[in-house]
Design a protein around this ligand. Structure first.
Ligand code: MN
Ligand code: MN
Length: 469
């Protein structure tokens, strides 16, 4: 039947973006599912920033990237990387255009919310041994009780030895957990608000209950735990003070739903953008503009410190590239930055129909509608927002439309309800054109975050298109 005038006009004028799985072909669906198998494996191998940095380095080496200090001269097409203190990675493919044309940068982060051990964590009480934790990043604390937890990280001894720890992922490993109170005795605590339903100082992890039987010893269970740790790692209680041990959900990344269209896993903020931007970089060869993938640490706590994006380490990396290309002159670094373009590849909170009151339906990202582009973050008054210029938003739209990339442009939540930030403003400070552009996530910052496989694959395609423009 012929379309009415109104229907024709509607098609031409309305912004009617479709859900991805409505428009994909059978072949594309297969590509999406295959790509996401690799992503699920990555999530299962990598649960901390250190593990991510280590795995990423191996992937880069397998794909012909060389550590930057091992090379004296750089030329177009060269592939290099730098690992910053085992927690952050920068990788680049050198372009053929003059560096004054600027670089194409994509920046994600590889740290995720979790529970860190305190420096003096181990104690015993009432026949049990516990570890005290200090949460890292914005978590809803009550979500972290009654789930299996694993311990990952390092113990650095005073003699310089660094011991890696990873307990709770292997099926044969024991796990750890934090106990909530039984409902039968919770009535008096029920006037607590959700925010402190579990207090930070109640996030104590149960780790043992067998005593070292010696009448002369007071803390027999604590002693037995230290004995086991000493046998396995050669450490004493003092060594725990110079450790970075992180409790994360001992849950496997899995396909979600009868149709397996989604992924549920810990740490998708922001390893989903880290993995997709890295995979996109691996496909780049001989680009015109130098393509750079940034995988930062410490985003979840404000990007401070020498592994966070605020550190000058990234500038040093770009400086070294310019030096080794033989094109560095005074002011060149600043000039390169001012002409560079960037996607701040970070996730956003997707619309959640269970909680409509905090969302403004016309300006949210929906899972399954493709990559989210966020012009500005910040909160109520746009305070703290890194606001991309309209011209740059237009450029990104053009890029995605020309490459058939499904995208949605949104905010996150009603004005004043909350807010968030990413690394975007830090790079914008250097004069780079930056926009936030990542995968929408349900139950963000929870132990089991949800994404759509369509969006994950679309992010990969979007980042590839950006690197190659
Ligand atoms: Mn993030
Ligand atoms: Mn986050």
């Amino acid at each position: 039947m012929e379309k009415t005038k109104g229907e024709v006009l509607e098609e031409k004028l309305f912004d009617n973006k479709k859900f991805g799985f409505e428009i994909v072909t059978e072949e594309e669906t297969k590509n999406i599912m295959d790509f996401c198998e690799g992503y699920i494996d990555f999530l299962n191998n990598v649960k901390t920033e250190r593990e991510a940095a280590k795995e990423v380095e191996q992937i880069l080496i397998r794909n012909g990237f060389k550590e930057i200090s091992s090379i004296d001269k750089l030329a177009a097409g060269d592939k290099i990387y730098y690992v910053n203190r085992k927690k952050a990675v920068f990788a680049a493919v050198v372009g053929s255009l003059a560096v004054t044309e600027g670089f194409n940068l994509i920046g994600a982060h590889i740290d995720s919310p979790r529970l860190d051990l305190k420096p003096n964590p181990l104690y015993e009480d009432s026949g049990m041994a516990f570890l005290k934790t200090h949460y890292y990043g914005g978590i809803k604390k009550y979500q972290w009780v009654n789930i299996p937890l694993s311990i990952h990280g390092v113990i650095a001894k005073a003699n310089g030895d660094v011991i890696e720890v990873n307990i709770g992922e292997d099926e044969k490993d024991p796990v750890f957990t934090i106990n909530d109170l039984l409902p039968h005795l919770s009535r008096r605590l029920e006037d607590r608000k959700a925010d402190n339903a579990i207090e930070a100082e109640e996030l104590n992890v149960l780790v043992g209950s067998i005593p070292f039987n010696d009448e002369k010893v007071n803390e027999k269970i604590k002693l037995n735990i230290l004995k086991l740790l000493n046998e396995k790692y050669g450490i004493t209680e003092s060594d725990l003070a110079s450790a970075e041990l992180e409790l994360v959900p001992a849950l496997k990344a899995r396909s979600l739903g009868f149709d397996s269209s989604m992924i549920s896993a810990y740490g998708q903020d922001d390893r989903v953008c880290a993995y997709t931007s890295l995979e996109a970089l691996l496909n780049v060869s001989n680009p015109s503009r130098t393509a750079v993938c940034i995988l930062a640490d410490k985003e979840e706590v404000g990007s401070m410190g020498n592994t966070g994006m605020c550190s000058r380490n990234f500038e040093n990396f770009v400086f070294e590239i310019l030096e080794k290309m033989g094109v560095n002159t005074p002011g060149m670094l600043e000039k390169v930055f001012c002409n560079s373009k960037m996607l701040s590849a970070d996730v956003t909170g997707a619309y959640e129909p269970n909680f409509p009151s905090v969302f403004e339906k016309n300006n949210e990202s929906y899972i399954g509608k493709g990559i989210s582009v966020i012009k500005y973050t910040g909160s109520a008054s746009k305070g703290g927002a890194s606001d991309a210029n309209a011209e740059y938003v237009g450029f990104i739209r053009g890029l995605f439309e020309n490459n058939n990339i499904s995208y949605q442009i949104s905010e996150m939540g009603k004005i004043g309800v909350g807010g968030g930030g990413t690394i975007a403003y830090i790079l914008a400070d250097k004069g780079i054109d930056v926009i936030d552009c990542g995968v929408p996530v349900l139950a963000m910052h929870s132990p089991y975050e949800v994404t759509s496989k369509f969006d994950v694959y679309t992010a990969y395609k979007a980042y590839e298109a950006f690197y190659n423009n």
